[in-house]
Design a protein around this ligand. Structure first.
Ligand code: VGL
Ligand code: ZN
Length: 211
């Protein structure tokens, strides 16, 4: 079966299941807490687990607070293209940047932090927003003989989508576990789903992946 999580050639990538993206957090994803149970079920079934964490310095340029007069969710031009300005979130070392307490982190072979350079964002766990700087995840997966990845976590329309698309572009077979992700916005989710379809990214339920 394709996307058999028990296979040594398949990796599960759990994107940004951090307190600031859960209800009550600084950049809460609606119903984001509902994914923790299916994500843990995927983790329990997986042989290779990668956790990513959004991990920003306080001066990060994706924060509206660092652009005088700007409001969260406004878009501004950056040298690498358009940037959505966000509320201050996932500041390195703060409680908001911690993984959700209920997330099973024990099986993670790799915890990858991203968005650490103040000058640019990194939705993708593979390539930063300048589309040039690699995080090293591609090499890590390739060196382990991984050919397929299952992506889940938060948020579907930003970091999950960017990670899935870059994984596909890097040559991995990619599946998004649709009920193990939630989106920040409806419109951006529709755009993301269209992009997944065009890229040949599969979507599957956690039940089907575990079946
Ligand atoms: C994310 C917006 C800003 C995400 C991270 O994890 O999807 N979204 N930083
Ligand atoms: Zn961020």
């Amino acid at each position: 079966m394709l996307f058999d999580l028990q296979r040594p050639t398949t990796a599960l990538i759990v994107v940004d299941v951090q307190n600031d993206f859960l209800p009550g957090g600084a950049l809460a994803v609606p119903a984001g807490d509902e994914i923790v149970a299916p994500v843990n079920a995927l983790i329990a079934a997986a042989k290779t687990v990668v956790l990513t964490a959004d991990w920003h310095p306080a001066g990060h340029q994706s924060f509206a607070a660092n652009h005088p007069g700007a409001q969260p969710f406004e878009k501004i031009p950056m040298p690498y293209g358009e940037q959505v300005l966000w509320p201050v979130h996932c500041v390195a070392g703060t409680a908001g940047a911690d993984f959700a307490p209920a997330l099973d982190t024990t099986k993670a072979a790799l915890i990858l932090r991203k968005g650490m350079d103040a000058s640019r964002d990194s939705y993708s766990a593979f390539l930063e927003a300048d589309r040039t700087t690699h995080t090293g995840l591609e090499g890590w997966l390739v060196e382990r003989g991984i050919t397929e990845v299952v992506v889940c976590g938060l948020a579907a329309d930003y970091c999950v989508s960017a990670t899935a698309l870059d994984a596909e572009h890097a040559g991995f077979g990619v599946c998004v576990a649709v009920d193990a992700t939630r989106a920040i916005g409806e419109d951006s989710l529709q755009l993301a789903r269209k992009a997944w379809q065009e890229a040949g990214i599969r979507t599957m339920s956690t039940a089907a992946l575990l079946g």
